[in-house]
Design a protein around this ligand. Structure first.
Ligand SMILES: Nc1ncnc2c1ncn2[C@@H]1O[C@H](COP(=O)(O)OP(=O)(O)O)[C@@H](O)[C@H]1O
Ligand SMILES: [Mg+2]
Length: 328
């Protein structure tokens, strides 16, 4: 066959969709629109799906699963952007849908397992420690008596302690329990924390380096691609608590911090993650959180890289592209 008789590539507009993706979210907003555009740029169509609208139906579902918008064929992959809050049973069922899809070979980005590990701060802390990643000393217990004795021991030794909700986010519900307070600091009622006490050594980030701050590193496919510093008006630096974002040029970024973020993402088994890192006294770094459904609107404002496109390209490259031998 001569070169001229080779079929010409179809114009982009006429090319059939490469596949259909479900974007799991109950609030698509800016992030959903960014993802849809990024999938479209790679010839994938995408549909927003609320996990709460999906169900298990062993008789009528496709392989037991019903997903609105995917009546004839289940999606080629699911991008998990958000899971609505609900009762324990509701959230478990929403995660079941993601687990089930994975069981039948549909890529779920990030997997239900990764989401479970990151939403649960105790498990994240355990996995970080187990992988040798520096994270502050942490104690998690259902016993108020044990928690009180840990708090007493730490504060008598002059160390502040932070109490966090096990499933919290956006800096909500955190309290700093200060050593040397008069009268001595008391453990909050565990009823405020759903009867589980998550205590962590406080890391001082307010001295030097421009005051209170932490780092948010975005990791995609094992590589740190963007970063910012969040500067809070107090020790809680989340944007939802008033933290201001400042860009960090990736080439100027501390290589050690990059590696820590990448290692932390691997330790919790995520495709992509938003990793929170604190820099304490003596420049010591601590990973405190690995988010499995991180927002990136703030980060997109301070980086030139199209983050949605990088996420979509990673999903396609590592989960949807067939190896060359299989295509031939
Ligand atoms: N151990 C700690 N020492 C000092 N500051 C902390 C500590 N843990 C959390 N913080 C501050 O609180 C913020 C929220 O904590 P984080 O564990 O990331 O929970 P959330 O899920 O609410 O974001 C962090 O970004 C950081 O600014
Ligand atoms: Mg956080």
């Amino acid at each position: 066959m001569s070169l001229t008789s080779l079929p010409r590539p179809m114009p982009r507009t006429m090319r059939p969709a490469a596949g259909r993706i479900a974007i799991a979210t109950d609030d698509p907003g800016w992030h959903g629109a960014q993802l849809r555009r990024a999938f479209k740029a790679r010839a994938y169509s995408s549909v927003y799906v609320k996990l709460e609208d999906c169900r298990i139906d062993l008789q009528h579902g496709i392989q037991g699963i019903v997903m609105p918008g995917f009546d004839a064929r289940l999606p080629d992959a699911v991008f998990v952007r958000g899971i609505a809050a609900g009762t324990l049973e509701q959230v478990v069922l929403r995660l079941d849908i993601l687990h089930a899809l994975r069981e039948i070979g549909i890529p779920v980005y990030n997997s239900a397992r990764a989401v479970e590990r990151s939403v649960d701060k105790a498990m994240t802390s355990f996995l970080l420690k187990n992988a040798g990643i520096p994270t502050p000393p942490t104690w998690v217990t259902e016993s108020a008596a044990q928690a009180r004795s840990i708090l007493l021991r730490e504060t008598v030794a002059g160390r502040d302690v932070v109490i966090k909700p096990l499933f919290g986010s956006q800096g909500a519900g955190l309290q700093r329990l200060q050593a040397g307070a008069k009268p001595p600091v008391k453990l909050p009622e565990l009823a405020e924390y759903n009867q589980v006490c998550y205590l962590q050594s406080f890391v001082e980030t307010g001295r030097g380096q421009g005051g209170w701050h932490d780092y948010r590193i975005f990791v995609i496919g094992g590589v740190a691609v963007a970063a910012l510093i969040r500067r809070g008006s107090n020790w809680i630096n989340n944007v939802a608590q008033g933290g201001r974002c400042e860009t960090v040029a990736m080439d100027a970024m501390d290589g050690h911090m990059k590696r820590l973020a990448q290692d932390a993402t691997r330790a919790v088994g995520m495709d992509y993650a938003g990793v929170d890192i604190l820099r304490g006294a003596d420049n010591q770094l601590f990973v405190i959180e690995v988010n499995s459904m991180p927002a990136w609107q703030g980060l997109q404002r301070v980086t030139e890289k199209n983050i949605a496109q990088a996420l979509v390209d990673d999903l396609i490259a590592r989960h949807l592209s067939q190896p060359l031998e299989a295509v031939c």
